[in-house]
Ligand binder design. Structure first.
Ligand code: SF4
Ligand code: SF4
Length: 463
């Protein structure tokens, strides 16, 4: 059993990887897809097609809306039927491009074969340009544009690229399946990113509840023969896949409050992102596919699946294809049971970062009756960010945003470990999430006011 893990807090929920032995199946195309313009962190993309246009799979249909943004490509060939607001997973209105599916004809130059391409291009900037042009974003949850993350600001030096294979959320198995089924492609993708970052050390970190993935990665790495790259088994502990926790486990370095991983020489990329980078750089394939798990405690084993989906597929279509929503599903979640978000609307469509359709029963979701805090301190012991959730909860109740900021509520990664540990069933995460939103709003407003004051001072100086 691996002993390496992060130092502060964490919990050990049952991993419930029920779908782990289900190979990835390719979902057939639906009749219509709706492609969201907000598939990434940052500014929404801007459509560059018009209603009535014919598009091919892999064709650019929207361009970045800012520096932190990403290209969006058509996942199918067909005709643009509308460009209009539609409800996303959270129930918010977002512009979607509706495409009537007429086939699966791809733009020229995309290599859809299974042939492994190992020769890595020499030109660093050309690699970054290709990753950007293919719309690659981080697929571990944050969907931060990958070409930006792989290009640290001048003065920052990447010492270690960590490929995140923790997949520490219960139930989810899509990363596990690609580790088994796209092993060498992921390693080549990691080597491409390692090259872009200047040839730093690369660690493929995998929790030890996935021994087959660890063996497969080690074998493939030996066969490919890349240097300065290793597979590191980690002890199973939630939330090991959090960036700061993974950096602590692998590099024994702590990322400060509000700081980025690069401040301690780290860059973290997810397994699926490494695969997307491989496909972009070596196969010229834009990011229009990803893998998700259909799973849950109230879904029979034979209805659990890992699917290769196209972006823009309605979740209702996937649910129906997988055998329908179980009658005893009390909650449907996108993501894992700890950090995932409840799906407000099954007509919402998949996005680049979709990772699951998770059905949870009432037994899994029902909270016990809430009682008063008994000051047991279990929430603080469990918090991987070293926060004091019981204190944050009380400060929120008192409306004390000054003290909430002093106690770093904005560092909360919303992992839910406090909620999971609390014997009094206090909905700590709900309160802390609200408090974090308030404090982040105050911090942003303060920064904007300071910027405006500095600009005004500069203008006055010129006069
Ligand atoms: S949700 Fe926030 S406060 Fe609670 S354990 Fe996680 S990081 Fe700590
Ligand atoms: S775990 Fe719950 S009961 Fe214990 S100190 Fe934290 S909030 Fe109070």
């Amino acid at each position: 059993m691996a002993k390496i893990t992060f130092n502060i807090g964490g919990v050990h929920p049952d991993d419930s990887k029920i779908a782990k032995d289900r190979p990835i199946e390719v979902l057939p195309l639906p009749q219509t897809v709706w492609v969201s313009m907000a598939q990434h962190l940052g500014a929404p993309a801007k459509p560059v097609v018009a209603v009535g246009d014919k598009v091919l799979a892999g064709q650019v249909i929207a361009e970045p809306g800012g520096f932190i943004s990403a290209f969006v490509h058509s996942p199918v060939s067909g005709t643009v039927k509308s460009i209009a607001p539609r409800k996303d997973l959270a129930g918010n209105n977002m512009t979607h491009i509706e495409i009537a599916v007429e086939g699966d004809e791809w733009v020229e130059g995309v290599d859809l074969s299974d042939t492994l391409v190992t020769a890595i291009p020499e030109d660093r900037q050309a690699i970054l340009d290709k990753i950007k042009a293919c719309g690659v974003v981080g697929l571990g949850g944050a969907t931060f544009p990958t070409h930006v993350k792989l290009n640290p600001a001048p003065g920052s030096v990447a010492e270690c690229l960590i490929i995140n294979g923790a997949e520490c959320e219960p139930f989810l198995t899509s990363d596990y399946r690609i580790m088994l089924e796209k092993t060498k492609e992921i390693i080549v993708g990691a080597a491409i990113m390692q090259k872009v970052l200047g040839g730093c050390r690369c660690v493929i970190a995998i929790e030890d509840n996935k021994p087959e993935a660890i063996s497969a990665m080690r074998k493939a790495l030996g066969e490919l023969g890349y240097s300065n790259m290793e597979v590191l088994p980690l002890m199973k502990k939630y939330p090991q896949g959090g960036e700061k926790q993974l950096i602590d486990a692998v590099m024994h370095r702590q990322v400060g409050s509000g700081a980025l991983p690069i401040s301690v020489g780290a860059v973290v990329q997810n397994m699926a992102t490494a695969l997307a980078v491989y496909e972009a750089v070596q196969k010229n394939k834009p990011l229009v596919t990803n893998t998700l798990t259909v799973t849950g405690d109230c879904l029979p084993v034979e209805k659990q699946h890992n699917y290769l989906f196209r972006i823009g597929m309605p979740l209702s279509y996937i649910a129906e294809y997988a055998g329908g929503v179980p009658g005893d599903a009390a909650k449907i979640v996108s993501g894992g049971p700890m950090m995932g978000k409840a799906i407000a609307n099954l007509d919402a469509c998949t996005v680049k970062g979709s990772s699951s359709l998770l059905y949870l029963s009432e037994a899994m979701t029902k909270r016990g009756e809430q009682s008063a805090c008994i000051r047991c301190g279990k929430c603080a012991q469990a918090c991987p960010m070293g926060l004091e959730p019981f204190l944050l909860y009380r400060l929120y109740k008192a409306g004390n945003t000054d003290e909430l900021e002093k106690n770093a509520v904005h560092d909360c990664i919303e992992c839910g470990c406090c909620l999971y540990s609390c014997p009094a069933n206090i909905p700590l995460l709900d309160y802390i999430r609200q408090a974090k939103g308030q404090v982040l709003g105050i911090i942003r407003a303060r920064a904007a006011a300071a910027k405006a004051a500095a600009e005004a001072a500069k203008t006055n100086e010129k006069k």
